[in-house]
Design a protein around this ligand. Structure first.
Ligand code: F6R
Length: 244
């Protein structure tokens, strides 16, 4: 498990964004996934500012959704799609076929899963996936003790329901998510797990210590050769130890 400890969130974001730029330079026709949520916001900002100025060819990349809240689409502030739109997609020049996203508000969510499964299957695998980690160790919306393979509709855990209101302007009663499954995540050719801030320190420590188990979804990543962890000092357990 390769781990990069960055001195702060700014450096963490820059390093991960540079990995994405490197991926695009090596393989312009990449299939890339970037999580929503707060952790990758700095990455999105860096990419928005640097893709054009560094003359990166992003005309062939496809961005594929990691997850979405069931009931929400890009019209709701705080949805995954809105976060990615605002943070990156609207700031660069992408065509509509370069973004394949779960529509959490679609009438037929099974078709949403099939749409995303087909793109990944046609491409063989995601080239680069950037993940955050939930307070309970979830990956995408793969909550503890739920086993998925491909894109799936899953029940949100109580932890996720408690945390979710940080994303929204209004109180939300959301019960389910739509998410890439473990196969799609674990078979990605490069996997970046980002963690920032002291509130992620204990779950990152637990992930490294526990046996691989669906009870802590992120633990499934840890023996994957494709995994690289990018963590800032606040989220790093060594930092916690040094301070105590
Ligand atoms: C969001 C997602 C989630 C988050 C995780 C961490 O699209 O897939 O798994 O990555 O909950 O969220 P933040 O970054 O807000 O702490």
């Amino acid at each position: 498990m390769k781990e990069h400890v960055c001195s702060n969130y700014c450096e963490l974001s820059k390093k991960v964004a540079e990995r994405i730029i490197e991926q695009l330079r090596t393989k312009p026709k990449s299939l890339i996934t970037i999580a929503g949520g707060e952790t990758p916001l700095g990455v999105l900002k860096y990419l928005s500012e640097h893709l054009v100025s560094e003359d990166v060819d992003y005309s062939q990349v496809k961005f594929i959704s990691l997850d979405e809240w069931v009931g929400l689409d890009s019209n709701t502030y705080g949805s995954c799609r809105q976060t990615l739109n605002d943070g990156l997609f609207n700031n660069i020049n992408l065509t509509s076929d370069q973004i394949i996203f779960f529509d959490g508000n679609a009438e037929n969510l099974t078709l949403e899963c099939e749409k995303v499964d087909k793109i990944i299957c046609d491409h063989e695998a995601i080239d680069l996936i950037v993940l955050g980690i939930g307070m309970n160790g979830h990956l995408g919306f793969n909550e503890p003790n739920i086993v998925t393979t491909n894109a799936s509709i899953v029940k949100l855990s109580d932890v996720t329901k408690n945390v979710m209101n940080k994303y929204f302007n209004e109180s939300m009663e959301l019960t389910h998510g739509i998410t890439l499954g473990y196969n799609q995540i674990l078979q990605s050719k490069k996997i970046i797990l980002m963690a920032s801030g002291s509130n992620k320190r204990s779950i990152m420590d637990e992930m490294k210590r526990v046996k691989v188990s669906y009870s802590l979804p992120a633990s499934l990543l840890k023996y994957n050769d494709a995994l690289e962890i990018y963590i800032d000092e606040e989220a790093n357990i060594e930092n916690g130890k040094d301070q105590s």
